[in-house]
Every structure is written in C-alpha cells, then in structure tokens.
Design a protein around this ligand. Structure first.
Ligand SMILES: *[C@@H]1O[C@H](CO)[C@@H](O)[C@H](O)[C@H]1NC(C)=O
Ligand SMILES: *[C@@H]1O[C@H](CO)[C@@H](O)[C@H](O)[C@H]1NC(C)=O
Length: 323
C-alpha cells in the first residue's frame, strides 16, 4: 500500500483534490508527503486489530508493532469514517490515543443495479415444496453468528402454533461453508444435532454454500429473514433481505439497530428464542405484515443504502474536507 501510494505521488502524473484511503491506514503517512499537501479521508470500516486472533505469545508480539502502526497512521487522516455508529463507539474504545476523534459514519451500500442483474436460480430441489411460512437465516457457519438462536426460536414457535399452521412453517439455514475451515465443519454438525434434539429436524433445511443466483431465489421464497448475530459491525444480509421485500428479525445490537427500522421493516429483539418467536408469530398471524414491511424495506434500502446514497454521503465528506 505504501508503495502504491508512493507511485501515485511520484509517477502517476495525476492531480488530486483529496485522497480516499480504504481499509489500510499504513499508506497515509506516504500520502501526506505530497508536495502540495492534500487532505486524506480514511475509510476505516472497522479496527483491523480486532479482526485478528492473538492466541499465542508470538502472535501477540508480532501484532504489537502492527497495532501501534494502525493506530498511529489512522490518526494521521484528516477525516475518518467508519461503517456504523456502532463501529464509531468501538473505534473510540479501541484507539485510546484517538479518543478525541469522532469518526463520521459512511454506511456500506447495496449496488442495486448489479443485484437486479442476478438471474434467480431454480431451487426446487434444494428446499421442500412451497411452504406458506418459510423463514430464512443466512450467515456463515461460525459460532459467533449465534445460528442456534434461529433453531431455538423455531422450536419455541412450534409450541405456540396449531398443527395446521406448524405444517406450513419451515426454516432454511443457508450458510457460507468451507470444508477446510474446521469451525464451519464442526458448527454445521453442532447445529444439525441441536435441530435433532429440539425435534424440529423435519422443519429445517440446511444449505452449505450457495450461489448469488440461489440466494435471490431463497429470499423470494421466504416470508421473513432471521438475523442472529449480536454486535455485528454492520451486516449486509439485512440490506439484501429488505431490498428483496423480506422483513428482518434481528438482534437489537450492532449494525442492525441502524439498518433495520423496528416495527417498520422488521423487528429488533433481545437475542432470546422467546423474543424471536414473538416476532415470527406476528409474521405468521398477520399475513399482510410481510407485504407492508417488505415494501417499507425496499424503500428504506433504496433511499438510505443504495450506491447513490453512499456516493452522495462520501461526496459531502470530501466537500467538507476540501472547502
Ligand atoms: C453497480 O453495478 C453495476 C452493474 O454491475 C456497475 O456497472 C456499477 O459500476 C456498479 N456501481 C458501483 C457504485 O459499484
Ligand atoms: C408496531 O406497529 C403496529 C402496526 O402498525 C402498531 O399497532 C404498534 O403499536 C407498533 N408498535 C410499536 C412498539 O411501535
């Protein structure tokens, strides 16, 4: 990154109003060497040092200078933006020497036109024939995603429904899965065992790794999306779901607090099976809810989380810097 920054400064022959530096802050000191100093906007997304594990002493030692470098060079930017208000608070807790800085928020966006270009795939052989109430959970098979919550909520819901309604309920657990990643393999098996133990096996379909084309069809086939992780930095799945006119039931922490409008485009709940089941029950009992919340979701994504909204917000930050 530093090398590329140097190239930009010395060899590209371009002129600039400002630099936008994405994700890696180590090149900011280089950009500041420009002969006529230009302002630097840094899109931090999320502190890098929180995304790496430090299991051994050696790893901690190895990360020590890198963490220092990240914090020091991040502080050299003229404007820092992060991906949510939630991350802004994490930023302040993590970079102690930068606690005087209030990062601005630039929400990630959904590229609607490229999303629209995806041709839905036939998924008839992946999931059971059309159920009236098909719920969908999309997330990688990782423990921190709290996928068990979806299964427990389904089990809770079962106790509240008559057998006719229950017959029409299904849950599709679709998750990114890489058989070389031990956690994916183990967690998938854990969830299968849990579904078994809860006696909801016949009402759950597990999918491992799916294409974008299949994902679109899964959304279209669902009445509602369950989004189970706590303290998610932002979360793109709720945006995709809302754009596809699916209400989203999510945990009331992290990014979903900002992406989902409670009671309008979905429900924000404590990470408890009873609360998730309350919200799922509303979807089952009120057939119009899917349509009204779905329509509101599409409007919300188009207005607040489209590429155009992203460009406009970024442009405002750049304008402020260069004025
Ligand atoms: C969005 O996707 C379209 C079609 O794939 C592409 O032409 C366009 O450049 C993308 N826009 C952004 C902002 O990435
Ligand atoms: C949620 O929306 C319903 C229907 O619009 C309304 O009756 C209810 O009062 C709302 N609840 C909250 C907590 O806003």
């Amino acid at each position: 990154m530093a090398f590329v920054a140097l190239y930009v400064l010395l060899l590209s022959g371009e002129t600039f109003d400002a630099f936008v530096c994405d994700q890696v802050s180590a090149c900011i000191p280089v950009l500041r060497l420009a002969r006529t100093r230009k302002k630097v906007l840094f899109y931090c997304h999320f502190p890098d040092q929180l995304l790496t594990k430090r299991e051994s002493f050696l790893k901690r030692l190895y990360r020590l200078p890198l963490d220092w470098l990240e914090e020091y060079t991040t502080g050299m930017a003229d404007c820092i933006v992060v991906n949510s208000k939630f991350t802004a608070s994490v930023f302040k807790d993590t970079f102690k020497s930068l606690s005087h800085i209030n990062p601005d928020v630039l929400y990630p966006s959904l590229n609607i036109s490229s999303f629209e270009e995806i041709v839905p795939a036939d998924i008839a052989d992946l999931i059971p024939k059309k159920k009236k109430f098909s719920f969908l959970s999309i997330n990688r098979y990782e423990r921190k995603k709290n996928l068990a919550l979806a299964l427990e909520a389904l089990h809770e819901l079962r106790g509240r429904l008559g057998s006719h309604e229950w017959d029409e309920v299904h849950l599709v657990m679709a998750g990114g899965y890489d058989k070389r990643v031990l956690e994916n393999v183990e967690h998938y098996e854990e969830l299968r065992r849990l579904a078994d133990k809860l006696g909801v096996n016949d009402h759950v379909t597990f999918l491992r790794s799916f294409s974008d084309e299949q994902k679109i069809s899964l959304f279209s086939n669902s009445v509602c999306v369950l989004y189970t992780p706590s303290n998610e930095h932002f979360g793109i799945v709720p945006l995709e779901a809302m754009y596809m006119r699916c209400p989203v039931i999510a945990v009331n922490s992290g990014g979903p607090l900002e992406s989902i409008a409670h009671n309008v485009t979905g429900f924000l709940c404590d990470p408890l099976p009873t609360q998730f089941a309350d919200a799922m029950e509303k979807i089952v009992r009120d057939p119009l809810l899917k349509d009204t919340m779905g329509a509101a979701g599409r409007v919300r994504v188009t207005e607040k989380f489209s590429s155009e909204a992203f460009s406009e917000q970024l442009y405002q930050y750049i304008r402020r810097l260069t004025e």
